[in-house]
Design a protein around this ligand. Structure first.
Ligand SMILES: NC(=O)c1ccc[n+]([C@@H]2O[C@H](COP(=O)([O-])OP(=O)(O)OC[C@H]3O[C@@H](n4cnc5c(N)ncnc54)[C@H](OP(=O)(O)O)[C@@H]3O)[C@@H](O)[C@H]2O)c1
Length: 248
């Protein structure tokens, strides 16, 4: 028989789509009170009706707005999931503003949210920080020159946190997926071709599989911390050398 959960309240960012939405539903099923952070009112409302999640309408870059809406709430679990992959193109072809967008949303926002909620967790000696990393943060991929470093930075941030949090009982877990079938590529690949290019004919991981892994990681005894877990489709592998012939 599993131990009763020591946690009561979770906050999940990027709750309106994909992995975040599936995680909100799963954590609600586990009996947690879940605050769902997102920008789209209609999706938040629909999620609230589906599973009882409490909507927090905010851009993830606006830490103050999130903190203000969660004032007085003792946050036990923070799932930093919101992320973007704005364009899939070579680094010399992307808009310079996209560099800022990916660093701001994928790296700085989770760091600021962590900074905001961590003192309460440390004081209570109760907390679990979960981050959605990416295989793109563990190895180089073409056309991910800004996304990859944003996720690599997040990964090292997790390791740094674990050093600072020794003795506090606050856990830090980085979930590192390969290809998951979501809307992540909606702006990265032109004219809604993502479905055909990335998913049709493949067997991609589904958001509910990642949500189940997050739930498992949370449910483990408090003295067990899954620091990092990489999850690939069975049909996907990274690595290998690429070389091209130079042409004048
Ligand atoms: N799908 C994959 O293959 C894959 C692989 C590895 C890692 N990941 C990571 O998994 C996480 C979840 O992505 P997903 O695949 O589930 O993609 P998704 O379906 O596109 O979901 C991303 C979520 O993040 C939200 N978001 C983006 N920018 C935001 C902002 N500024 N403020 C508030 N919310 C914002 C989106 O809301 P809006 O609709 O309002 O933009 C959406 O709810 C990301 O961190 C991603 O990098 C995904």
């Amino acid at each position: 028989m599993s131990e009763p959960l020591p946690y009561r309240v979770a906050v999940v960012t990027g709750a309106t789509s994909g992995i975040g939405r599936a995680t909100v539903v799963k954590l609600c099923e586990m009996g947690l009170t879940v605050h769902a952070v997102g920008r789209d009112d209609a999706s938040l409302q629909e999620l609230s009706e589906l599973c009882g999640a409490i909507p927090v309408r905010a851009d993830v870059r606006d830490t103050a707005a999130i903190v203000q809406q969660l004032s007085g709430v003792d946050v036990d679990i923070l799932v930093n999931n919101a992320g973007i992959l704005s364009t899939r193109a070579a680094f010399h072809e992307i808009e310079p503003s996209e560099i800022d967008a990916m660093i701001d949303i994928n790296l700085k926002a989770p760091m600021h949210l962590t900074r905001a909620f961590l003192p309460g967790m440390v004081e209570r000696k109760r907390g679990h920080l979960v981050y959605l990393g990416s295989s793109g943060g563990r190895a180089p991929f073409p056309s991910m020159g800004a996304y990859g470093p944003s996720k690599a930075g997040l990964s090292l941030f997790c390791d740094n946190l674990r050093c600072d949090l020794l003795g506090t009982s606050v856990r830090v877990s980085e979930i590192v997926p390969g290809r998951v079938q979501t809307d992540l590529y909606r702006t990265a690949i032109a004219e809604q071709q993502a479905q055909a290019l990335l998913y049709d004919g493949y067997r991609p991981i589904q958001p509910n599989h990642i949500a189940a892994i997050i739930a498992n990681v949370i449910e483990l005894p408090i003295f067990v911390d899954v620091a990092r877990i990489e999850v690939f489709p069975t049909d996907q592998a990274t690595g290998g050398g690429s070389m091209v012939k130079f042409q004048e």
